[in-house]
Each structure stands twice: as C-alpha cells, then as structure tokens.
Design a protein around this ligand. Structure first.
Ligand SMILES: Cc1ncc(COP(=O)(O)O)c(C=O)c1O
Length: 395
C-alpha cells in the first residue's frame, strides 16, 4: 500500500531510520550507546526563558489560538536581533514571520512558491529538508556540490552555481544556501553572499538562506547574514531558529525574514495551515531574544569545549577529524580501514563494536559519502569514553 502515493514514492527511506532502528535494538538489549547521531541539543533551555513560559501560561486567554504569523512582540524582538547582530533593518510587519521551527518555514515556503516543473538548486550534501521540502512540493532539483576532498570550496561552488543557472531552462526558481553547514560545518564569508546575491539578481532567482547556526561559532568569527549584502532583500529570505542558540529545539520557534513577496507568500500559506505556536512559547521566545545573552555564550562555550575534546581525544585514538569552526557538528572522514564499507557500513560498525552512534554522510546526499557527522550532543566525559571505544575498534 505504501507505494500507491506519488508524493511518498519520491521520498526515499530515511537513511537515519536504519541507524536509528539499530540503536533502538541495542538500547533495548541494555547497551549504553554514546549518541552523536542527531543534532538534538542536550543542554537545558536557560532558566529565565523557562520561567517566562511558566508565568505566561497562568495568564488568562493564553490558551486561545495564537497568531499564525507570530505575535507582534516576537516579530519585533527578531527585528531587534537582526539590527544588533547584523546591522540589518527589518520591518516586523512585512519582513518578519515566526515559524514552527525553521524546518516548518522552509517546507511551507517551498509549498508556497513552487509550480510544477520549477527547478531548485540545492547544495549536496545538505540538511534533508532543503531538497525534500521542494521535492514534496513537486519541484525538480539540481544538486550543487562543491566539495574538494570533503571540504567546501566557495569559489568552486560559485562557479558551479553560475554555470547551473546559465544552463537551466527555465531559470531556477530558487537557490538554497546554508552556512554554517549541517552536515559539513563549513562557513562562508560576506564576500560569498555578495556573489550569490549578484547571481540571484542577475537571473531573477530567489535565494533561501538557512542560518540555523548563526550563534554556534568558535574562534570569534560570527557567521554573517546574507541580508547584510546591499540589495539582498530584493531576492533573499533568511531562516533562523531558537533551537540551537537557546537550546530550545523542542519549543519549535524559528523565523523567516527578508524579501517581502516571499514573507507574504509564506504568511498567506501559513494562515491556511496553522494558528501559530502556543502564545506562552512565543512570549518566552521574545524574552530569549530580548533578555540577557550570556546564556548564548555559555551554550557556545560548552559546544566549543566538547569540540576540542572530540578532536584531541579522537586524534589520540587514531581518527583524525578536521576541527569545525562553527555549528554543532564535526564532519569526519571515514578512517582508511573502513572506507570500503561506506558511511552507512562504518556507522553500523561504530555502533555495534564501539557503542557509538553517528550519522552516515550518505544520509545528507550522495556527495556526503565517505564521511560521517558527529553531533556535539554528549558531555566531555562521554566523548572521551567514545574515543576510548574507537581506539579499540581502530586497533
Ligand atoms: C541547517 C538546519 N536548518 C534547520 C534545522 C531545523 O531547525 P528547527 O528546529 O528550527 O526546525 C536544523 C536542525 O538541525 C538544521 O541543522
């Protein structure tokens, strides 16, 4: 019966599900699996944000339907964040929308703007909703890879992007960019966005930027926003999220900001689909953005310490992993001994023989093969333990 629906047929079995079911099986047999598999933050949401939620829940009327585009106070808080962090001015009425996590926003924007036969350019490897949001919406995808020995190469990407657009008939409807990248952790500079915006304007192609890891960076090098580029608002929207910045993944609050036609299309489609997040969650989200930001530095520092422990302890175990400059992931080449097994085979071996779960690179697209993604979602002690287990495996 599963194969009777055309749209479902276009969704391949989630590669994660194979790894996840093995993990569940081992856990139910009593195995302690050190789980770096999902980008699911383990740190608690900061206390003042939780308190704000609790206070607001007790106020009258908060159980009513909320506003599908987000309460004004939260949209204003997001506009203020863009002003202080990127010096980008946004009109909270027409250039900001609250989404039920950025994933929902990306998927519904794809529904809102896609016509049958539209071409979308997406990087590969990438976070699955980038291609699949558009596949579900009925678009045709062109994958852009610019990996050079597993490392993202900005110049190569721009060259390929320009070439792909020139040879696409009709011109692509949209390009997706997402840096710091999940899964590769690669970052870009403002010069990269300047070129992407130039190309987008030249070919009348929208740009969707996903900046989920805006605040998860190391080495004092905050990732830029595409909206810092002059004229970017003519063609670009950007998605951000509270999931990682404030460890609020389960709260489901994200944003899209920028180009008015895209924000208006997303607002329109969402007005048919949802009533917005629970109001107290939105009030607490505004408190997160407007309140003290030292909690963000603490979260960032915790990821940084874990990154340092991961890179150094794995290297002592014989697994050399490049140091990520941002995001909550390390993108690790499969050790020589296991290369023939591919990323799925290696991920299974790691789980079965070292009790360590990672995400196989193949889950993020064919050009992710040869790598696994390690999420910094276990504490330092467990990272060290994982490295000991890996040492035995690599023997
Ligand atoms: C690049 C990227 N975009 C979006 C998301 C989803 O974020 P949200 O929780 O806001 O839906 C993730 C989550 O891992 C991500 O890595």
């Amino acid at each position: 019966m599963e194969n009777e629906f055309e749209r479902i047929k276009r969704l391949p079995p989630y590669v994660f599900s194979e790894v996840n079911s093995l993990k569940a099986k081992l856990r139910s047999a009593g195995k302690d699996i050190i789980d770096f598999g999902m980008g699911n933050p383990d740190m608690p949401t900061p206390e003042h944000i939780r308190r704000k939620l609790q206070e607001t829940v007790d106020k009258p009327g908060t159980g009513r339907y909320s506003s599908s585009k987000g309460i004004p106070g939260l949209r204003k808080a997001q506009a203020k964040y863009y002003k202080r962090r990127f010096n980008v001015s946004l009109d909270p009425e027409t250039e900001v929308i609250v989404t039920l996590g950025s994933k929902e926003g990306l998927a519904n924007l794809a529904q809102a703007i896609t016509s049958p036969g539209d071409i979308i350019l997406t990087p590969n490897p990438s976070y699955p909703i980038h291609p699949y949001g558009f596949i579900i919406a009925g678009a045709s995808l062109r994958h852009l890879t610019a990996m050079d020995e597993g490392i993202f190469n900005q110049e190569l990407f721009l060259e390929k992007l320009d070439r792909s657009i020139r040879h696409s008939v009709p011109s692509p409807k949209a390009i997706i960019v997402s840096f710091p990248s999940n899964p590769t952790a690669q970052i870009v500079d403002l010069g990269f966005y300047e070129e992407v915006v130039k190309i987008g304007i030249k070919y009348n192609t929208y740009i969707l930027s996903d900046l989920a890891y805006a605040e998860i960076y190391y080495d004092n090098n905050p990732p830029p926003s595409i909206l810092q580029v002059k004229n970017a608002k003519k063609i670009a929207v950007e998605f951000t999220s509270l999931s990682k910045t404030y460890s609020m993944a389960g709260w489901r609050i994200g944003f899209a900001v920028g180009n008015k036609s895209l924000i208006s299309a997303l607002t329109r489609i969402k007005s048919y689909l949802d009533y917005g997040a629970f109001t107290p969650i939105q009030v607490a989200a505004a408190a997160a953005l407007n309140g003290p930001q030292d909690c963000v530095s603490e979260i960032r520092n915790t990821y940084k310490k874990r990154r340092d422990v991961l890179i150094s302890s794995m290297s002592r175990s014989g697994w050399i992993i490049p140091e990520p400059k941002a995001s909550m992931f390390a993108w690790a080449p499969i050790p020589k001994l296991f290369q023939k097994k591919g990323s799925l085979g290696f991920a299974k071996d790691l789980m079965l023989k070292a009790s360590v779960a990672v995400a196989p690179g193949l889950a993020f697209g064919e050009y992710g093969e040869g790598y696994v993604r390690i999420g910094l979602v276990e504490n330092e002690h467990r990272i060290r333990q994982a490295a000991k287990n890996v040492k035995k495996l690599l023997g």
